[in-house]
Design a protein around this ligand. Structure first.
Ligand SMILES: [Cu+2]
Length: 217
């Protein structure tokens, strides 16, 4: 019995120790990627982004954005653009002018809410009320005077909100979920193994009924 428990313990140790034997760099360099679609369109109040707020669950994170212009008016070009802090360098992230029915693929890294890397360029992005501002070049300033202009923001989940919107939902990365589940499973496994190890290392009291009959503690 003792030998079997020992083998089981060694087996479980091998399984759970194996991932930690990998080079630590592999785990540290894994910046998660969030892929999403952002649509440029014309709503009741003029040109808008949908969604107008991109909520990211953490930083750093790689944002993979498919920017789609689904306008039907042939002259309604839109862009997805981010400038630097004081707008002295414009379009450091930029889809270019996308015509109605077309799309563009963007990928950049939000290292923190004050640092973005796009290709070889790292910069401090223009701030919005709660995070990082993105906008559409032709419609940043609302021409019709109805809406605030075609602007949006990238917000970190859990960050304080500007007003009446309530707290933002905190996203959970699927990887964190599985690490938690494996941790719980490993813990339950270890309780079982400990039970047999302790039990098998007390050979005198192997027979529980006999033990009770003798009135032993
Ligand atoms: Cu636009």
């Amino acid at each position: 019995m003792r030998r079997i428990a020992l083998f089981v313990a060694i087996g479980i140790l091998t399984v759970f120790a194996a991932p930690s034997g990998l080079p630590p760099a592999a785990a540290q360099n894994a910046v998660p990627k969030l892929s999403l679609e952002v649509v440029g369109t014309t709503g009741a109040d003029g040109p808008v982004f949908v969604p107008i707020v991109i909520t990211i669950p953490q930083v750093p994170i790689i944002l993979n954005i498919t920017f789609i212009n689904n306008d039907t008016q042939p002259l309604n070009f839109h862009t997805f653009t981010i400038d630097n802090e004081d707008r002295s360098s414009r379009g450091l992230v930029d889809s270019g002018f996308i015509r109605p029915g077309n799309r563009s693929f963007l990928e950049f890294t939000v290292n923190s809410m004050t640092n973005v890397t796009n290709g070889a360029v790292s910069f401090t992005p223009e701030a919005s009320a709660r995070g990082i501002r993105f906008y559409c070049i032709p419609h940043r300033i609302d021409v019709g005077g109805q809406a605030a202009g075609m602007i949006g923001e990238i917000v970190l989940a859990g960050a304080p909100t500007g007003g009446d919107e309530g707290p933002a939902d905190k996203g959970v990365l699927i990887r964190a979920y599985w690490i938690g589940m494996i941790g719980i499973a490993a813990m339950i496994g270890w309780i079982g193994v400990s039970y047999f190890v302790i039990k098998s290392s007390t050979p005198k009291f192997r027979d529980h009924r006999d033990h009770m009959r003798k009135g032993l503690p």
